[in-house]
Design a protein. Sequence first.
Lengths: 283, 303
Amino acid sequence: MRSGTKRSPLLTLLTSIMLLYSLVPLAWLFINATKTQDGLFGSFGLWFAGDFALWDNVRETLTYDDGVFLRWLLNTLLYVVLGAGGATVLATLGGYALAKFDFPGKRAVFATVIGAVAVPGTALAVPTFLMFSNLGLTNTPWAIIIPSLISPFGLYLMWTFAAEAIPGELIEAARVDGAGELRTFVRVCVPLLAPGIVTVALFTMVATWNNYFLPLIMLKDPDWYPLTLGLNSWNDQAATAGGQAIFNLVITGSLLTILPLLLAFLLLQRYWQSGLAAGGVKD
Amino acid sequence: MALLEPPAIKRTGKRRQRRSWTGWAFAGPFMAVFAFVFLAPIAYAIYLSFFRTRLIGGTSFVGLENYKNVFTDAQFWSAAGRVTLFLLVQVPIMLFLALLVALAIDSGRLYGKAFFRVTVFMPYAVPAVVATLMWGFMYGNRFGLVANINEALGTTLPDPLSPGLILASIGNIVTWEFVGYNMLIFYSALQVVPKTLYEAAEIDGASQLRIIRSIKLPAIRGALLVATIFSIIGSFQLFNEPSILKSLAPNAITTYFTPNLYAYSLSFSGQQYNYSATVAIVMALLTMIVAYAVQLRSSRKER
């Protein structure tokens, strides 16, 4: 960092407008998670109502409808661990191969993957649904996990990252020492790739945790819903005839849904910021 | 998308590795799943688009007729027009704000810049469902902020969930979600610019504005282009936000509000899978053409 530059209160103030823009909705969510349903309708949105009902709301969210929220949370965790975890492994292996090996068809692989990035993901939804339906995979966790395994952006990130982080001489040296390819990869390369792997893991985790469209078309049975779909069904409940309005649970459930991801990003800051800077988008 | 090309592929000439099949052992798993969840559905969609299923008579080959129908489908074009308007207004605003914040943080003149960087990025980690519900509630007139303001000041603000304003309201939600993500892309790119360049320019008496225009912006051209292309793809794909807002603003959002919503309704309410696949393919082609045109225009400017 340059030490000569002076800090500017004016610039800080102006940029704080964007800070407020980012924070106010999150503050609104937290404040309103402390209100009862009556409190929601009867008090100012950006300040607390008389009674602090956060813990009651949390308890009610977790136990409503026989604890279906916990079921959705476990489903989400399943999709994240297998889907995002698998995506990270595949992207790491693939990125390493593209960066450090010359193999027949490499250019074709490159062209196909980059071309596929430009295809709108949702354009694939209908044919994927029909395919999976023919295979009997819809309405099962596999319908969510298998498509989550591919992250073209993750592959690209690992590719650029591996190209810069692993010196070719190091692989040569390991080979000369008689280490097999897999051993070389696991022992020598994976530690060097760690910041890139954390970055890809975080971004695929966000993508899987936040996924809405794929589960919406693939799942009918609420028992397999992830949190996103579950919350939306709670919100829709108020609009259906005879349905009970549970806005306080929708709001508290939303707060519980975003906390784990916000925490993950805050705690792993160092990794993903260096991972993005080194392997990220630059020309 | 030559700009996305990582350095490795160009560098192979320098120290040529032995060409062997070993690489496939590592790339194979990715490519196998990729073929199953990307290539197969694309091929299947193209196949579907050439057929039509009728209740009586079953499935028959119709050649390009589905495509002809899409081109004269008023609902499709109204949806495509809507996302184009969205693209032309929302994307520039979002990228401009992201660029301003990235430049402010990079300038080193902010108090607490790490706090700024993380906080502005944070909405990216919020699921579209939660972001849309949150903003939808705030827009609402039952217990939302708009209702609060109306009550407190005795005003009648226009309803953000009305048909006339709904697109702008969705634009605000999308901007909120992605401004920090784009900021981070720009900021990461700015980090790579050698600081000595700025110092030299400052010694020569260049103003900050001049440094931004002549050094910083040209240096992050690649990042600007990538962010623009991703935003174009994202706008054309618009689905989650209108689909979720639909229950809060049923009168403002039609089943053909965006091309994706249209394709979705065709499939899952109308069972018109063949036509829905055709709509999706046409939209994918339009997206690729626009993204390609943007890239072409930008690389021509470079020369």
